[in-house]
Design a protein around this ligand. Structure first.
Ligand SMILES: *[C@@H]1O[C@H](CO)[C@@H](O)[C@H](O)[C@H]1NC(C)=O
Ligand SMILES: *[C@@H]1O[C@H](CO)[C@@H](O)[C@H](O)[C@H]1NC(C)=O
Ligand SMILES: *[C@@H]1O[C@H](CO)[C@@H](O)[C@H](O)[C@H]1NC(C)=O
Length: 448
């Protein structure tokens, strides 16, 4: 009885001590979402898991793909390096003085941590992880639609933007797609001016009113001052117990250190993440939502309009396929800016409860079709979207969604453009690491 009580007491003491400590290294549910720096594997579905439709044949696939995991930009790299040099030793000293609440293992990991100098010479480059993400994605597409890999070079088209990370992503994709086949494919050269994949580059109203506009700057500034952010910032300061008083922006940079290093680590851990609780990360990540909503999302109608060009391309490719002249596979490699603009053009992620189509039995359709017809399926990040149900939209439904995108020009980008913009409302667009908007055109035959 006596021993039993002592054990209970010891347990109680341990409980108190443990619950007082926030350990990152062994936390059971490490937070996996880091907005656009989220590893693709933590958010994706799997295109192979969607049942194939009997008696149907996928005729053509079109995909818009965001490059894979990449290094931070030069500006972010500089800020991260400056911050780590300033506070790493302070965090360790404050632990030794008993001034902070980090765990021994997290401190040990931080001591062993070093600045990765490859970043200094390869800013914004695709990383090895990023290459694998895209290569694996292509392999899954090949496994799902092996018959599409027949044909000759002219049945395929791939094009990246001019940035290293999209050019390398296109190579990774073609590599994964053609490995072990007889196909010898290469991506097209990037265009110097690509009004389809980077329509925003040459859009004055976007550059001046949206990207460089006051609302974006104001919103971001206001975000630093929200009660939630300030409370999170104070929590981090207290947890680290360092003499340097971190600014709102420095806490954000600390989070960059956490998420970038985490995305390259085989264990998907970075000791810098120990500065944050999971709740902190949810608060801090909201900044990316604010930024993307203003910059690429529903905050401005210009954003949705800039997404029309690439959708016109999808429509034209499928329309050619219906006439028997299309390509087997078309893929473009671009940036989150265009992905989000495209989602806006499609009205996606606007109302999460919205028009989620019921998943009906995909078999039924082909069995009852009494004619040759076509259907189009849509997937985002290898998951079903609200655009069309699993058995696809009919060609007529597809056309009615997409023909409005076919007569689009950059006219509205001119500073003196005088057409009134419709007011916009909406929630933020879902953002993540790699992204793929994937559409498959299926030919449906009635088989007796
Ligand atoms: C620890 O905290 C005490 C009291 O605030 C302070 O005097 C001391 O300098 C701190 N030590 C370190 C290494 O941060
Ligand atoms: C350094 O960063 C690159 C990405 O730029 C990454 O691929 C590599 O694994 C990192 N090296 C170490 C030792 O973490
Ligand atoms: C593949 O195509 C490239 C460029 O078209 C050509 O240089 C190369 O020799 C081809 N390789 C094979 C194995 O056919």
């Amino acid at each position: 009885m006596y021993t039993y009580q002592i054990i209970l007491l010891l347990l109680a003491v341990f409980n108190v001590v443990l619950s007082d400590k926030s350990c990152y290294w062994n936390s059971e549910c490490p937070y996996l979402m880091y907005a656009t720096k989220t590893p693709y594997d933590s958010i994706r579905g799997d295109i192979r898991d969607f049942p194939s439709i009997p008696n149907c044949e996928v005729r053509s696939v079109w995909a818009l793909i965001r490059h894979g995991n990449r290094n931070p930009s030069g500006t972010v790299t500089g800020e991260m390096n400056e911050l780590q040099a300033k506070i790493k030793h302070e965090i360790i000293a404050s632990y030794e003085a008993g001034n902070n609440s980090l765990c021994a293992q997290d401190i040990q990991d931080l001591r062993a941590w070093t600045w990765n100098s490859t970043m200094d010479v390869s800013e914004s480059y695709l990383t090895g992880t990023g290459y694998e993400e895209i290569y694996d994605m292509a392999k899954r597409i090949r496994e799902k639609y092996p018959h599409l890999l027949a044909g000759t070079e002219e049945h395929f088209y791939f094009r990246p933007t001019y940035k290293q990370r999209t050019v390398a992503s296109a190579m990774a994709f073609v590599h994964g797609l053609t490995e072990g086949t007889n196909l010898n494919l290469t991506a097209d050269e990037p265009l110097e001016r690509d009004d389809m994949l980077r329509p925003y580059d040459n859009c004055d109203r976007y550059q001046e009113d949206v990207k460089g506009g006051q609302p974006l700057a104001d919103e971001l500034e206001a975000f630093w001052r929200t009660e939630e952010y300030v409370a999170m910032q104070q929590g981090v300061q207290k947890r680290l117990g360092i003499p340097t008083q971190l600014t709102a922006a420095e806490v954000y940079t600390l989070h960059e250190l956490c998420r970038f290093y985490r995305s390259w680590s085989p264990t998907l851990r970075s000791p810098w993440c120990a500065a944050f609780t999971n709740e902190d990360l949810v608060v801090i990540e909201y900044r990316d939502d604010v930024r993307h909503y203003q910059r690429n999302g529903y905050a401005s109608t210009i954003n949705a309009k800039l997404g029309h060009f690439v959708l016109r391309d999808m429509y034209e490719n499928f329309a050619a396929s219906v006439q028997g002249e299309g390509r087997n596979l078309v893929s473009y490699f671009a940036h989150d800016t265009l992905m989000e603009m495209t989602f806006c053009a499609l009205g996606l992620f606007r109302d999460p409860e919205g028009i989620a189509a019921a998943v009906r039995n995909p078999n039924r359709l082909c069995e009852t079709a009494n004619d040759v017809s076509h259907r189009v399926q849509f997937f985002i990040n290898e998951k079903l979207t609200s655009l069309c149900p699993l058995e696809g939209c009919s060609w007529e439904q597809f056309s009615s969604i997409f023909t409005p995108f076919t007569d689009t020009t950059l006219e509205f980008c001119r500073r003196d453009y005088r057409q009134p913009d419709e007011p916009v409302t909406g929630s933020s667009v879902a953002i993540s690491g790699s992204m793929i908007l994937f559409a498959a055109l299926t030919i449906v035959r009635y088989l007796m």
